[in-house]
Write a protein that binds this ligand. Structure first.
Ligand code: SF4
Length: 326
């Protein structure tokens, strides 16, 4: 059966963009395919960071994933740095990856433009991503459209390594994208993708009051200046959040009320808050329970690392043997 690999940065608590854009999809897919989910802490250290905070954020990410429905009985969850074969395979892939290919990666260009000094880790980031995926010889990678270029590089690296060392066999499958069904979730400013660095997020585990404090002033259809102005739901982020959280009959009602100026945006947001509560209250409850049982989270991560190391060691042993490094 096709194996799925996905990674997420240990940015602490998940926000709704991560949850709707990735994690909810994993929760579905874990019942259809063997699924490996890595909290990619080696990726997180390519920018300046606080070690203590990283430690806390790795754990919080594990809590968020488990609370959101990632089930360690069917999926494997682990910390990337607990499986050193990731960096070993990355080194091997570095040696077959032209510098120009890495310098052309859009994310590298964007990130490096925002920094005074660019470290080599930032440039090699997509090679580590390729190693993350290919180490498990994963067939499928759930991604958003903004990750397609990196996934393509993973495919190129797999192809190149197979051609050089595969002895006529496609040892590494070329991983295919599973595009996330939810459209890109915009931030509360309505300007950019929801992202922690943009400060426009709603945390998955925030309380109802905290969520309302953010939702209330959130940007809606800019053409809707007065309550009597009919709105355009398709350009409104609140409507898209309704589509993610509200039942279909509510979404229909929202559309009608908006386009006929039947209600104001605050009314609309109050209904959204109720819909969000339906889904998020059980997640918050599970997260609170997990925070009370840190040893349970440690056990899940340790079991995940053990399972992943078994696969990773075999892959690296095969690679070493084929490359004359055994
Ligand atoms: Fe958006 Fe709802 Fe306001 Fe329409 S009524 S603009 S969907 S918040």
């Amino acid at each position: 059966m096709s194996r799925i690999f996905s990674g997420i940065q240990p940015s602490g608590e998940l926000h709704l963009g991560n949850y709707l854009g990735a994690v909810k999809n994993w929760v579905q897919l874990q019942h259809q395919h063997p699924t490996i989910i890595s909290i990619v802490d080696y990726h997180a250290i390519t920018v300046a960071y606080d070690p203590e905070l990283l430690r806390v954020r790795r754990r919080e990410m594990a809590v968020s994933l488990l609370a959101a429905g990632v089930d360690p009985n069917v999926a494997t969850v682990f910390l990337q740095s607990a499986v050193p074969e990731h960096t070993e395979l990355q080194w091997i892939f570095n040696t077959i990856t032209p510098l120009g290919e890495l310098e052309r990666q859009t994310q590298f260009k964007d990130k490096s433009a925002r920094q005074e000094s660019v470290n080599a880790g930032l440039l090699m980031y997509p090679v580590l991503q390729a190693a993350d995926i290919l180490l498990y010889r994963a067939d499928l990678v759930p991604v958003g459209e903004d990750q397609m270029q990196h996934l393509e590089l993973s495919r190129v690296i797999a192809r190149r390594w197979n051609a050089a060392f595969g002895r006529g066999e496609d040892y590494f499958p070329e991983p295919q994208a599973v595009l996330t069904p939810t459209r890109r979730i915009m931030g509360l400013d309505g300007q950019a993708k929801m992202s922690k660095s943009m400060g426009n997020t709603i945390g998955l585990l925030e309380t109802r009051d905290e969520i309302w404090a953010k939702l209330r002033p959130a940007v809606t259809d800019p053409a809707r200046v007065r309550k009597t102005d009919p709105g355009h739901p398709d350009v409104c982020n609140i409507y898209h959040l309704h589509k993610a959280f509200s039942p279909p009959e509510t979404v229909k009602h929202v559309y009608e009320q908006c386009t006929t100026a039947g209600w104001g945006c605050i009314d609309c947001k109050k209904v959204l808050l109720e819909s969000m509560d339906q889904e998020l209250v059980p997640i918050r409850r599970r997260a609170a329970e997990l925070r009370e049982q840190p040893q349970r989270v440690d056990e899940v991560l340790a079991a995940g690392a053990t399972a992943c190391r078994a696969i990773a060691r075999q892959t690296v042993a095969d690679v070493r043997e084929r490359m004359g490094l055994d």
